[in-house]
Design a protein around this ligand. Sequence first.
Ligand code: M7G
Length: 320
Amino acid sequence: MAESENGSPTKRLKTDAENDCGDVGVLSSGSPVSDFEITRILRDGAREKIIFIQGKVKDQDAVVILEKTPFRQDTLSELLKNSQLKLEMKNDVYSTYQLQAPAHLNEIKTTLVCPATEKHIKKYLQQEVFLVEESGEDYRNLTLPYINSQSFSLQWVHNVLEKKAEADRIVFEDPDPDIGFILSPDFKWDKKQLQDLYLLAIVHRRDVKSLRDLTSEHLPLLKNIRSKGEDAIRQQYGVPPSKLRVYLHYQPSYYHLHVHFTSLEYDAPGCGVERAHLLSDVIQNLQADSSFYYNRSLAFPLRADDGLLARFKEAGKLKT
Ligand code: M7G
């Protein structure tokens, strides 16, 4: 749900597709989530306190993601003072309670994807994963034709770049068409606390799909993102570069170059070694060899029912 800086719901955006999935930022009983009919649970992450639910909103396929967010230090005393406590048990110096927090301190971050495609549903479904090793040639023969035919729509990215959506959330922009970018909060971050800080730098140029396309020609772009992104985050949130994990995903879900800026303290989804490539490593690799990412083998995980995995299997490229 889009929210303005002051937390109030934003107005409806003119570019929102007309559909039955509801209005941006509307929090009422007639909200798209209250109309949501549950079909099945795609994934239930008890430890991360996140659940992915598939369902329908007025006959349209949809996914709802509910996530309990980290505690906010600035509201702790209010939480302790103004909540109701129900004793569960007491034994010696130990006692446990059910704490009922006031509604405004008990929000659940909610993401709605509607209408959701089959690909969205697969993305969120818990599945067995396999590690694939892709050579530069495999990329050109197998992966590129696949992503050209099967990728997620980039409409949301273009909306951000053209300020048709999320314009009020922009943290920093360098408008230069070659080395410029927009830095905005990732939609996984509710901006309520810094422990799970998560921003995205989305480049203005539209001719770079992913890490694979990068050569030394892109070094000015990458260095610009690193230095101006870090400066903006220090200025806006008081978080220094030594507290940030700055990386690119390979494979990404969205094939328009973007860089993830996350809090080092946050175990962000997809920040493991099999998917995340630190921006500083990428810069150094390209400084040493302009065709580093054109040639080298890159490993990444694919879910069991990913069509790309089938192509690697058919080509005899999956190590079993
Ligand atoms: P990715 O590396 O392409 O793939 O990252 P991933 O989603 O598998 O990590 C894309 C990033 O864009 C993710 O961190 C998403 O949470 C974020 N994201 C996706 N969408 C659809 C939006 C959106 O509409 N707005 C914003 N601000 N972030 C989004």
